[in-house]
Design a protein around this ligand. Structure first.
Ligand code: GAP
Length: 469
C-alpha cells in the first residue's frame, strides 16, 4: 500500500473544526469527564461516563472480534500491569524511552523539544545536541524567556512493590502492553500449540509520564492499548507487515471512519523507535492536524532475542515441518483504545438542518453506538403504553444495550438519541394498543417502519447484522 503523507492538513478538512464541540458534548452527555474534577482535576487523566464506557467497551469488543474471535491464528492474553523491572531494562525502555525536555529559565514551563514552534522536525541526533536551542533560536512560547538545553526525560511511571520504599523495590507501570506478550511467548505457544505464523493479542492499561499531554484524550498519562504481536519466520516479516498495514487501516473504515480522513505515514530512519526496523503509522485528520492513530511495526528479533539473552531462557521456536530452530520475528499492530474511541466520536459528529432546525447526529456505526435502541412512549400518561415500552426494553436489553426515556416530547427524545448516536428508536403509540405494532425510526435516514411488537427485537438484530456486512 503506498504511503500517503503528501496529503496535507489543508487538503482534508477535519470532521469537526473545533475540538471544544466534542469536549462539551462529551461532558454534557456523559462520554468523558476530567478525572478528579471536584479537586480541580489531574492533568491528562480522564474518566469515562455512562455513554463513554459503552463506546470504549464497544471499540475494544470490535477490535477483539477482528483480531482474535474471527482469526484462527491469533489468541488472547491478559498480562499484569506490573512486571519484573528487568523486563524494562531488556526492552530498552529504561535507557531509551525518553523525550527531549526543555525548561524556561523564567516561567519554568516545560516543553517537549519537538513540540516547540520551529523545532517540529528535529531529529533524535539534533535533540541530543546541547546547542540546538541556540542554533534554532528557540525561546519560551509563553514568555519569550531563555530555554535550557534539552535533557532526556524518561516517560515511565514508577512505584514501589512491598513495604520498603527503596531502589530495590522500584517497579514500573508498563508503558506498553507488548512486553507482557513477549515474556509469555513460550507459555502461550506451548499451551495453545499454535504454529508460527501466529499472533497474541492483548488489551490493557499503559502509563506514560508524557511531558506535554493534551488535546483532550489524544495524549493521556493513563490510557489503554490494543496490541497484537504476530510471530513469523524471519523471512516472512516483510510480507506479514504488508498484510497487516492495510488490514488495520481498513478496520477503522469498516467501523465508519471516512477514508479521506485516514492516511499512512512511514517513519524516517532517524524517527524510528529503538525496537523498530520499519514503522508505518495509520494517521487520522484530527481537528488539530494529522496525527498517529495506530502504529504497525516490524520489530525483527529485537524483543525475543533480547529477552532470551537477558533471561538465559531458550525462546526459540522449533518448526516441526522444516526441523529448524529460530527466534521468530515480530510484526506488531499497536492501537490506542482511547484514541480510537476519540476518533470514532469525532468522525461520527455532524450537524444538519432538518425543517429549519439544527440536528446534531453522532453517526456511529451500530457496533460502536452506546445504546443500540431507545424505546419511547408517545404518551407517557397511558399506563398500557408505558408498560409495553418497559417490557419491550427489558426484552431488548437481554441482547443489546437498550434505554427507555419518557422525559420529554417525542421530537426532543429523538434529538437526544441522535446526539448520542442511538441508531434506532422504537415508539409505542395509541394505535399500538389496537394493532400490536410499534414504529422503528432510523437515526440516519429518519425513515419510520411499522413492525409487530413481537418482531421488534428480530428487526433490530437483523439491522445490526446488516450494518456489520
Ligand atoms: N508497543 C508499541 C507502542 O507502544 P506507540 O506508538 O508508542 O507504540 C501505540 O503507541 C499506540 O498507543 C499509539 O498509536 C496511540 O494510539 C496509543 N498511545 C500511545 N501513547 C498514548 C498516550 N499518551 N495517550 C493515548 N494513547 C496513546
Amino acid at each position: 500500500m503506498p504511503d500517503t503523507p503528501s496529503v496535507t492538513d489543508e487538503q482534508v478538512a477535519p470532521a469537526v473544526d473545533d475540538l471544544d464541540t466534542i469536549v462539551s458534548l462529551s461532558k454534557r452527555r456523559g462520554f468523558i469527564y476530567p478525572s478528579s474534577e471536584i479537586y480541580g482535576g489531574i492533568n491528562a487523566v480522564w474518566d469515562y461516563g455512562p455513554l463513554g464506557v459503552e463506546l470504549k467497551n464497544n471499540v475494544k469488543r470490535a477490535w477483539w472480534r477482528a483480531m482474535v474471535q474471527e482469526r484462527d491464528d491469533i489468541v488472547g492474553l491478559d498480562a499484569g500491569i506490573l512486571m519484573a523491572p528487568q523486563v524494562w531494562v531488556t526492552s530498552g525502555h529504561v535507557a531509551e524511552f525518553s523525550d527531549p525536555l526543555v525548561e524556561c529559565a523564567t516561567c519554568h514551563r516545560r516543553y517537549r523539544l519537538d513540540e516547540l514552534p520551529g523545532a517540529e522536525d528535529v531529529s533524535p541526533a539534533d535533540a541530543a545536541d546541547a546547542a540546538i536551542i541556540e542554533r534554532l533560536g528557540l525561546t519560551c512560547p509563553n514568555d519569550g524567556g531563555p530555554l535550557s538545553a534539552p535533557r532526556r526525560f524518561n516517560l515511565m511511571l514508577k512505584t514501589f512493590l512491598g513495604p520498603v520504599e527503596d531502589e530495590a523495590a522500584i517497579v514500573y507501570l508498563r508503558p506498553e502492553t507488548a512486553q507482557g506478550i513477549y515474556v509469555n511467548f513460550r507459555n502461550v505457544q506451548q499451551s495453545s500449540r499454535k504454529k508460527v505464523p501466529f499472533g497474541i493479542a492483548q488489551i490493557g492499561k499503559a502509563f506514560r509520564n508524557e511531558i506535554s499531554p493534551g488535546n483532550f484524550v489524544f495524549r493521556m498519562r493513563e490510557f489503554e492499548q490494543m496490541e497484537m504481536q504476530f510471530f513469523v519466520r524471519p523471512d516472512g516479516a516483510t510480507a506479514a507487515f504488508e498484510d497487516w498495514l492495510p488490514r488495520r487501516r481498513a478496520w477503522y473504515e469498516t467501523l465508519g471512519v471516512a477514508p479521506a480522513r485516514l492516511r499512512t505515514r512511514e517513519h524516517q530512519p532517524g524517527e524510528l523507535a529503538h525496537y523498530a526496523k520499519k514503522a508505518v503509522d495509520v494517521e487520522y485528520r484530527f481537528p488539530f492536524g494529522w496525527k498517529e492513530l495506530e502504529g504497525v511495526h516490524n520489530r525483527g528479533d529485537f524483543d525475543l532475542g533480547n529477552h532470551a539473552r537477558a533471561s538465559g531462557e531458550n525462546l526459540e521456536y522449533f518448526d516441526p515441518s522444516t526441523e529448524e530452530h529460530y527466534i521468530p520475528w515480530i510484526v506488531e499492530t499497536s492501537a490506542g483504545a482511547d484514541r480510537a474511541a476519540f476518533t470514532f466520536l469525532i468522525d461520527a459528529y455532524r450537524e444538519e438542518e432538518v425543517r429549519g432546525e439544527k440536528r446534531v447526529v453522532l453517526g456511529l456505526h451500530p457496533d460502536l453506538a452506546p445504546y443500540k435502541v431507545a424505546v419511547l412512549p408517545l404518551l407517557k400518561k397511558r399506563s398500557e403504553i408505558v408498560e409495553i415500552c418497559r417490557r419491550l426494553r427489558a426484552d431488548l436489553a437481554r441482547d443489546v444495550m437498550a434505554v427507555y426515556d419518557d422525559t420529554a416530547a417525542i421530537g426532543k427524545l429523538y434529538r437526544r438519541q441522535d446526539e448520542i448516536g442511538t441508531p434506532w428508536c422504537v415508539t409505542v403509540d395509541v394505535d399500538s394498543l389496537d394493532d400490536g405494532a410499534a414504529t422503528i425510526r432510523d437515526r440516519d435516514s429518519m425513515t419510520q417502519e411499522r413492525v409487530p411488537i413481537e418482531g421488534v427485537k428480530r428487526a433490530i438484530l437483523d439491522r445490526m447484522a446488516a450494518a456489520r456486512g
